[in-house]
Write a protein that binds this ligand. Structure first.
Ligand code: ADP
Ligand code: ASP
Ligand code: MG
Length: 405
């Protein structure tokens, strides 16, 4: 008898028919004698629509109220999923994040889980119930509803699996597992049997939205082995776990394209000690994650100035602009420009540590296809470039072909 945490994403609960399918799958596991905790997302499109509604009222709404609004999406699906189980005579109870004991910090819209005390979950499981938990949400110590960042139901599932010491954690989605690249963009993408936490971290950080980045960080930290698989069939999925020796034989594990970043350039910033610190401290204080940073060579006129470019999530663009505009007097730059038409293309693989010439081959492949590189960043197991978004998908296909086909 195993304790299993299963997470179903938005497309897997997109309508009542799919929710009934989820219930049937859960019932099968339960008939085998397993105890099941189900984490569900909002129906696909619901969270986006709630965000759209809020923007119709004002461009930068209160983040506390955003969380109040966004948490409703998952509350709809937990209740419907519980009803779908009742309809086939399986005892089930739905719980909000707070009821499941998920306590977070107070950083609205991207709260971090601080601890989980799943007392009610244990009690209900002991009473023979399937427990259905709303993904993506928690409660701050002050009692406010919080959300865990886009895609945050993955984090709810991984964190609950760790807290409950589950035997198995399954992430059900609309593809058969983790592929060498997004199978919707590159038809030749190959499904992977396994991938290391570090590789998936880099892929997720590079925009492969198959798993939320923070959920993979959490899984790595607490050693939660999980499987990503399809809710539409019974095919085996992809196992995510600590790196093994044989994984290094593969140089490139995957390619990803992130279309959700925007580039900000601060033009003619004084080139003196302390300026970068002023700018990035202010962004950090506003809980804005900065990804790539590029500083140009200094130009000397009367006082040396430089251009500073960096990328942020598109969702944070308005907030970041506001923060930087607030520093205009203090820092004394000439102009702030924003570009949303960028794509970040990345190649990832632990094998990069022991192979050379990977970046050169990437640049050559892009050049051969007339793709200009705007920014570059690397880690031990990743190379990322910022390119024109219009060329993004075509470039992803070409790069996949060069490295993985
Ligand atoms: P869910 O709603 O189940 O959380 P998501 O839409 O968040 O699902 O994530 C699944 C999607 O991730 C897939 O439909 C696929 O288009 C996309 N994706 C991007 N990169 C990859 C990849 N390397 N492997 C698999 N899927 C990927
Ligand atoms: N519903 C939330 C979102 O769309 C959380 C999730 O689906 O994981 O981001
Ligand atoms: Mg998701």
């Amino acid at each position: 008898m195993a304790l299993i945490v299963q997470k179903y994403g938005g497309t897997s609960v997109a309508n009542t028919e799919r929710i009934k399918n989820v219930a049937a799958r859960v019932a099968k596991y339960r008939e085998n004698g397993d105890r099941v905790v189900v984490v569900v997302s909002a129906m696909s499109g619901v969270t986006d629509n709630l965000i759209k509604l809020s923007r119709e009222i004002m461009p930068l709404p209160s983040e506390r109220e955003m969380d109040m609004l966004l948490a409703t999406g998952e509350q709809t699906t937990i209740a419907l999923a519980a009803m779908a189980l009742h309809a086939i005579n399986v005892p089930a109870v739905s719980l909000t994040g707070a009821q499941a004991g998920i306590v977070t910090d107070g950083v609205h819209t991207k709260a971090k889980i601080m601890n989980i005390t799943p007392k009610q979950v244990h009690g209900l499981l002991d009473g023979g119930h399937v427990v259905i938990v709303a993904g993506f949400q928690g409660q701050s110590p002050e009692g406010h509803i919080t959300t865990l960042g886009r895609g945050g139901s993955d984090l709810t599932a991984i964190a609950l699996a760790a807290a409950l010491k589950a035997d198995l954690c399954q992430i059900y989605t609309d593809v058969d597992g983790i592929y060498t690249t997004d199978p919707r963009v590159v038809p030749n993408a190959q499904k992977l049997d396994e991938i290391s936490y570090d590789e998936l971290l880099e892929l997720a950080g590079a925009g492969a939205k198959v798993m939320q980045l923070r959920s993979v960080e959490f899984a790595k930290k607490f050693g939660v082995i999980f499987e990503v698989r399809s809710s539409m069939n019974d095919n085996p999925g992809t196992i995510v776990k600590e790196e093994t020796k044989s994984m290094e034989d593969v140089v490139i594990r995957g390619v990803s394209l992130d279309k959700n970043q925007a580039k900000l350039t601060i033009v003619a910033v004084p080139d003196r000690p302390g300026v970068a610190s002023q700018i990035f401290t202010a962004l950090a204080k506003a809980a804005i994650n900065v990804d790539m940073i590029v500083q140009n060579v200094s130009r000397t006129s009367d006082t040396p100035v430089t251009d500073l470019s960096f990328t942020v999530d598109k969702a944070d663009l308005l907030k970041a602009q506001k923060v930087i505009e607030g520093l205009k007097q203090e820092v004394g730059y000439r102009e702030l420009t924003a570009n949303e038409a960028i794509g970040k293309l990345s190649i990832v693989g632990v094998g990069m540590r022991s192979h050379s010439g990977i970046a050169a081959k990437l640049f050559e492949t892009l050049a051969g296809n007339g793709v200009n590189i705007d920014m570059i960043s690397t880690s031990e197991i990743k190379v990322s470039v910022v390119i024109d978004i219009a060329k993004g998908e075509e470039a992803a296909r070409t790069v996949h072909e060069a490295f993985l086909e």
